[in-house]
Write a protein that binds this ligand. Structure first.
Ligand code: MRU
Length: 363
């Protein structure tokens, strides 16, 4: 059984319960979100994190934000819908699943002008549930498509956390790894600790050990040596936004891992649902990269590690060029080679720009 970090309790008048990922692995604490602002805060502070999980939570956040206007007229409902979507879109800029999910729930509310506010709220809630259910199915399919790529290997490296904690289902990169193990691959998983917030050490290692999968945590700086020693024969990571040519934004440090994999002749795979593609961006150049606070780097968990006078640069993501990616594992199959043509064939024709692209954001 995998962990379920996101649970909606009740009907459209209900609440969103999230596993507080900032407390793991030491404590398993749940937080109840009753307003859109609660969800905004949970996303912003990484209590819920990982691209698909952010999208699902934001969709439910819209439901919470609309509950107060369910009895009012449609004009007030529509104004509130705008306000809530804008608020949630400002929580984090890089994961496109956030904007994709907001666009989806927005669209169902916009469809029928004659429906009552109460009816619209119900439709938004049903769409949020559908986004969650779809994500679960996509994770399972990603696992099935990706597992054969790891058959017979005994070591795989992953960066950050792209597991059940980061989705509404079994994960993306970890779904591939877990399914490969289930099919008999004798894998040991090397989990980069993933500074500055340790999603690898805290979350990936927690998830894998809960499932009795062999996991070894390494500092980020050890990845090259682990490859050189022949301990890993593949790398699988998740993604936050993938441009039309396959350039992929993921947790800071992913680009270095991809370069190292290339240097050691090790295949580097990205696992992501099609909701993580942003076909309105031709390449990775214009993917908005979140920058976070200096404290995360200079004073992790309140302990001062760098002098106050030193500047700190803290980009939360980087972009790995498509040329370094052997394949992108989606719920529709594996895109390989990773070219704009192959992406178009699997993911579909370019769609309109999702809100929240570079230059449009409210941060
Ligand atoms: O800052 P985070 O923890 O939200 O970053 C998460 C990642 O970079 C994941 O690898 C990505 O969202 C894919 S999760 C299936």
């Amino acid at each position: 059984m995998t962990v379920k970090p996101i649970t909606w309790i009740g009907d459209e008048t209900g609440l969103l319960r999230l596993l507080d990922q900032t407390r793991l692995p030491a404590e398993t604490e749940w937080i109840d979100c009753r307003t859109a602002t609660d969800v905004w805060r949970a996303i912003r502070t990484l209590q819920v994190r990982g691209a698909p999980a952010i999208g699902v939570s934001a969709a439910y956040g819209v439901v919470l934000g609309l509950q107060t206007v369910a009895e009012g007229d449609r004009a007030a409902f529509n104004r509130r819908l705008d306000e809530v979507c804008r608020e949630l879109a400002s929580s984090r800029p890089t994961a496109v699943n956030l904007f994709w999910a907001l666009d989806r729930v927005r669209r169902v509310a916009d469809v029928d002008c004659d429906a009552s506010s109460g009816e619209c709220l119900r439709r938004v809630w049903e769409e949020a549930k559908e986004i969650e259910a779809e994500d679960r199915r996509m994770c399972d399919a990603i696992g099935r498509h990706g597992a054969p790529l790891l058959a017979g290997l005994n070591g795989v490296l992953t960066h950050c956390n792209a597991g059940a904690l980061a989705t509404a289902g079994s994960g993306t990169a970890l779904a591939v790894i877990v399914e490969a193990v289930r099919q008999g691959a004798p894998l040991c998983v090397y989990a980069d600790e993933t500074r500055p917030l340790w999603q690898g050490a805290r979350l990936t290692a927690w998830e894998l050990t809960q499932q009795n999968i062999s996991c070894t945590v390494i500092c980020d700086s050890m990845a090259g040596w682990v490859m050189r020693q022949g301990r890993v024969q593949a790398v699988v990571v998740g993604a936050d936004r993938i441009a039309a040519n396959g350039d992929t934004a993921n947790k800071i440090g992913t680009y270095s891992v991809a370069q190292l994999a290339q240097a050691h002749g090790i295949p580097f795979y990205v696992a992501a649902p099609t909701s993580t593609f942003d076909l309105s961006l031709a390449d990775g150049e214009s993917i908005p990269i979140e920058e976070r606070s200096r404290e995360e780097v200079a004073a992790p968990q309140g302990k001062l590690l760098a002098p106050a006078a030193a500047d700190v640069y803290n980009p939360a993501f980087d972009v790995t060029p498509a040329s370094l990616i052997r394949g992108i594992i989606t719920e529709r199959g594996v895109i390989s080679p990773v070219t704009a043509d192959q992406v178009r064939q699997v993911v579909g024709a370019p769609r309109e720009a999702a809100s929240g692209h570079a230059g449009e954001r409210s941060r």
